[in-house]
Design a protein around this ligand. Structure first.
Ligand code: ATP
Ligand code: MG
Length: 256
């Protein structure tokens, strides 16, 4: 049975999609069967995995509204060697259309029952909002991976997210927990990065992953080729850090 993890942070542009795509490719490289779910109408994870979001016959939108099943909408990423449940801007309408549905926060969880035994990991790339889409991700998941930049305002947003996770845990999904905080786009030359990083370690202890993802231009270039960074330039520092992160996550899961 797959472990289901959300990559979530309501702050925009903090590295959620980069983490989701590279972790998916990194785990696939470690012989894990991975499904990456793009739960963002921006469709960045879809494109980053080399799938054209403009040419989808079916997507996560149809799945959430009960108009299509997961298997039919799933496409294999040829560049990343993992499966993708893709999305595009159709998904932007889903929130409003779901208002009429019963148990609308459970739609994704219910849909995943049919494929959960086909994978070792299901990774969900969440949009930058604590919206009904993100709530569907949190209700379907066993845990949350929180990518964050080590800057002053990062900590402020973090408490909102942690509170939301606590509420979902208490009322909707008792299995949900924070798997860990991942420091991304890290610039060791910045004093502030170092300070925020050690503050995080002090407050969250073991919940902070040991691996740190550096700021690395190759990771930013890879999506325009539709190739995950870890495959695009495996020798780059950013790629190596994501491979290391995949290994740390696997080890952590074996322990818990
Ligand atoms: P959104 O909230 O819009 O979904 P996001 O949290 O998914 O954004 P990304 O799209 O992963 O964030 O990253 C934002 C930008 O930063 C992208 O242009 C991406 O290529 C770049 N980026 C992400 N991680 C790194 C890194 N480690 N080094 C350099 N650039 C990075
Ligand atoms: Mg994103």
């Amino acid at each position: 049975m797959a472990k289901i993890f959300c990559i979530a942070n309501q702050k925009g542009g903090v590295g959620k999609t980069t983490t989701a795509v590279n972790l998916a490719a990194g785990l696939a490289n470690l012989k894990q069967r991975v499904l990456l779910i793009d739960l963002d109408p921006q469709g960045n994870a879809t494109m980053g995995a080399g799938i054209n979001k403009a040419e989808l016959e079916s997507s996560v939108y149809q799945v959430l509204l009960g108009m299509g099943d997961v298997k039919a909408a799933t496409i294999t990423s040829e560049t990343g060697h993992f499966d993708v449940l893709p999305s595009n801007r159709d998904l932007a309408g889903a929130e409003v259309e779901m208002v009429e549905l019963e148990q609308r926060e459970m739609r994704l969880k219910q849909a995943l029952v049919s494929v959960i035994d086909n994978y070792d990991f299901i990774l969900i790339d969440c949009p930058p909002a604590l919206s009904m889409l993100t709530l569907n991700g949190l209700c379907a998941a066993h845990g949350v991976i929180i990518p964050m930049q080590c800057e002053y305002y990062a900590l402020e947003g973090l408490s909102d997210l942690v509170n939301t996770i606590k509420i979902v845990h208490a009322k909707m999904n008792p299995e949900l927990k924070v798997i860990g905080l991942l420091r991304v786009m890290f610039d060791p030359r910045m004093m502030l990065s170092q300070q925020v990083s050690s503050q995080l370690e002090k407050h969250f202890g073991d919940k902070v992953f040991k691996t740190i993802i550096p700021r690395n231009v190759r990771l930013a270039e890879a999506p325009s080729y539709g190739i995950p960074g870890v495959i695009f330039d495996p020798a780059a520092k950013g790629a190596q850090a994501y491979v290391e992160f995949g290994k740390e996550l696997l080890a952590r899961i074996v322990k818990t």
